[in-house]
Design a protein around this ligand. Sequence first.
Ligand code: C2E
Ligand code: CA
Ligand code: CA
Ligand code: CA
Length: 273
Amino acid sequence: AKEQGRNNYEFFSEEMATANFELMYLNSALRKALENEEFVLYYQPQVNSLTGKIVGTEALVRWLSPDTGLVAPNRFIPLTEDTGLIVPLGAWILKKACLQMKTWLSEGIELSHIAVNISGRQLSDKNIVRTVRDALNFSGLDARYLELEITESTIMQEDRYISVLHEFKALGIRLSIDDFGTGYSSLSRLKHMPIDKLKIDQSFIKGVPGNKDDEMITQTVIGLAQNFGLEILAEGVETQEQLEFLKQNNCHYIQGYFFSKPLPFNEIDFSKR
Ligand code: C2E
Ligand code: CA
Ligand code: CA
Ligand code: CA
């Protein structure tokens, strides 16, 4: 038994060494990718549910690796959060997104905002407000066109994040709570947060119409937004039935494959209704 235990241990440590090696390898590849500008932003339209008009877009990063092709953010963002690489990568994303929005506006495309995701690791960086301000100055984009998406669970992690939100607000930036409904926020804290929009998490939209719990949660979150005077957007809308349910329940904005998947900047059809 002892022998076997020892073997198991060796087996696991070898496996762990391999895993560590792979992470180290990926980490160095990501650092090089940032230097070589191998990241690209895709943009997913956010649409008025009644008119079908595109009101804004959400920037979503991808890694265009010369070795493996297009890599989804779930496969590298968590590691960049662990290593801190998300801080310089996030600064690059902010600049790129603000520049794109500035370009769309100068082309006469009437959008109210571009949304950029900000992770907890970015919020905890002491220079985050300056980083955002620099991106606005660099691009010449007016702050009111930038919306920052922060997940509900991130906001609830640290009390002092609320004061960072107030600093963003003071710059004139829009704030939205991402993945809302999954993060156990208390309503009394929500009341004191300087936010403009709630995004209902896609896990609830998956169940509507049909699943009574998901229907009830979706309706409750919409009602909550109405009572707090916030905009409300449903994520992950894939079907006509979901759209109809959301329209009937006064959800003003939708985002999802039903309208459009995330696309490169030049593939979005802004004339689509
Ligand atoms: P998220 O911010 O919640 O983004 C929504 C995700 O849902 C995106 O995945 C989007 O492509 C996907 N999606 C949109 N519509 C639908 C739909 O109708 N059905 C389904 N099944 N999925 C849909 P993506 O682009 O792979 O991004 C995954 C996550 O990676 C994001 O979740 C966000 O947490 C993170 N992420 C992406 N880009 C960035 C970024 O620039 N910065 C940071 N910090 N995180 C990012
Ligand atoms: Ca988001
Ligand atoms: Ca989300
Ligand atoms: Ca998410």
